[in-house]
Design a protein around this ligand. Structure first.
Ligand SMILES: Cc1cc2nc3c(=O)[nH]c(=O)nc-3n(C[C@H](O)[C@H](O)[C@H](O)COP(=O)(O)OP(=O)(O)OC[C@H]3O[C@@H](n4cnc5c(N)ncnc54)[C@H](O)[C@@H]3O)c2cc1C
Length: 443
């Protein structure tokens, strides 16, 4: 039987679900508050270039991402590249892309290096991730690597992604990160190959949108969902109430559906569904998110040949991702594209700073770090701010995850909070969509 289905959010989760429902012959409407599809993976203009708002890479082992890209007809458009990793530590930039470089790595003595290597080797082989949810990441890594290595290496790396929330984070976080790193190596090749689709996510999303439209999916941009409403008089009614934003007006509309699937962050889902039980709302609101302020910098010259530069010193940004060390520079008009992410709590004061203030702080730091860098070479600088990027995997996280099925008949909440044994990436997102479609939503 064909049903009328509303999907809230057009990130990879919403788009994958829309595809599967449409393939079943349902009528599918996707509501998206932004003016384009793709959510965290969406693209924007920087200078005269269109590229991903946030740095994105695909691993050879990302079978779910690759399958979707294949379904929309872009499988042959992947480029696979062997990348290099750098470390900025004690005011120096060093390469750490192979075992020899690891052994020569200056800030750690030989014993600390063996303990660090041993920790990674051991973590890659642990199967029982649930047991790791009971231990804090700090305690676990200190036990395995020693206090010195924890302070010098692990702590700055954890803080780079989690800020002060690393103190509440379980060891399952670092386990999942190491698992993903190893998956890249275990996919047949011993080398770590990173991939991208020529044209970036702008191209993938454009094709995904066309593919969905060809299957009859209606995508409504600039439509912010305010609430879902369940009424029961003579018959049961399930409504989506949304705000349609156009150039000169904002109008509020209610529309009836048979099924509603929310893919937005949990705290937003709690607001959109006021009829959930208090217990359900509390569970959703208790999911603690990490946010990001992420600068894209288009510049005439490269900073380095490292795709990722990890930083263990105190700097205003928490890593450097040089897209042009992965992507052919012809995609960027011969220029270099660098991302400067700073992961922060959703209420961090950095969100209140102006673009000009952030640009000044970040560019100043680049000048200190890279003697050959000059601000005159910056062609464009653009900042993305997102308050809810990924949930912090706190102790016993999986036991407290809200269920996808809610107490409201035919209302489901599926989002990254339900990724319990992985990191946030498109592959996990698509896998989550496929799994929930199979288990809960197919019928
Ligand atoms: C800095 C950064 C780097 C990343 N790097 C990689 C990488 O290298 N490789 C990789 O595979 N993945 C990477 N990711 C992760 C990847 O982007 C995510 O896994 C994926 O995009 C999540 O998709 P989603 O649909 O779950 O969520 P989202 O993309 O957040 O989608 C949710 C959508 O819901 C919409 N929405 C919210 N509220 C409402 C409302 N009330 N009404 C209507 N719409 C609403 C939002 O606008 C958004 O479009 C990265 C992410 C970031 C931020």
């Amino acid at each position: 039987m064909s049903r009328n289905i509303a999907i809230i959010g057009s990130g990879f989760l919403g788009l994958t679900l829309a595809l599967r429902f449409a393939e079943q012959g349902n009528r599918v409407t996707v509501f998206e508050s932004a003016s384009e599809i793709g959510g965290l993976a969406s693209a924007w203009e920087i200078g005269d270039l269109v590229w991903d708002k946030h740095y994105h890479v695909t691993l050879l082992s990302d079978s779910f991402t690759r399958k979707i890209v294949e379904e929309i007809g872009l499988a042959d458009e992947f480029e696979w590249v062997e990348t290099k990793t750098g470390f900025y530590t004690d005011g120096r930039l060093v390469s750490m892309s192979n075992t020899l470089e690891f052994l020569q790595f200056p800030p750690l003595d030989l014993i600390s290096k063996f303990r660090l290597g041993g920790t990674i080797f051991y973590a890659a082989r642990v199967k029982d991730w649930k047991a790791l949810e009971k231990i804090s990441v700090e305690d676990w890594l200190t036990k395995l690597s020693g206090k010195k290595t924890f302070e010098k290496m692990w702590k700055p790396l954890l803080k780079a992604k989690l800020g002060e929330a690393y103190k509440e984070t379980s060891a399952a976080f670092i386990w999942a990160t190491i698992q993903r790193m190893y998956a890249a190596r275990n996919s047949g090749l011993k080398r770590e190959m990173f991939g991208y689709v020529r044209g970036g996510y702008a191209r993938v999303l454009e094709r995904f949108g066309e593919h969905l439209q060809a299957k009859g999916v209606e995508i409504r941009l600039n439509c912010k969902v305010l609430a879902t409403e369940f009424t029961e008089n003579i018959e049961k009614n399930l409504n989506v109430i949304y705000e349609k934003i156009s150039e000169n007006s904002v109008s509020s509309v209610a529309e009836k559906f048979d099924k509603i699937i929310l893919t937005c962050p949990s705290n937003i889902a709690a607001k959109i569904c006021p009829q959930l039980t208090e217990n359900e709302k509390t569970k959703l609101e208790n999911i603690k998110y990490q946010g990001i302020v992420c600068a894209s910098v288009l510049m005439k010259k490269s900073l380095s040949n490292f795709y990722v530069t990890n930083i263990t010193d105190e700097t205003p940004f928490t890593g450097i991702i040089e897209m042009s060390a992965l992507v052919d520079k012809t995609e960027f008009g011969g220029n270099a594209l660098v991302y400067l992410p700073k992961y922060v709590a959703p209420d961090d004061e950095l969100f209140e700073k102006t673009d000009a203030e952030i640009e000044e702080i970040f560019i100043n730091e680049l000048e200190k770090m890279y003697p050959h860098f000059s601000r005159k070479d910056v062609l464009a600088f653009k900042i993305s701010r997102v308050r809810n990027v990924f949930p912090i995997p706190t102790l016993n996280y999986s036991a407290n995850v809200p269920d996808v099925k809610t107490s409201l008949e035919n209302v489901f909440i599926v989002n990254s909070a339900q990724i319990t044994n992985g990191t946030l990436n498109v592959n996990e997102t698509v896998q989550l969509a496929e799994k929930f479609f199979e288990n809960h939503l197919r019928n």
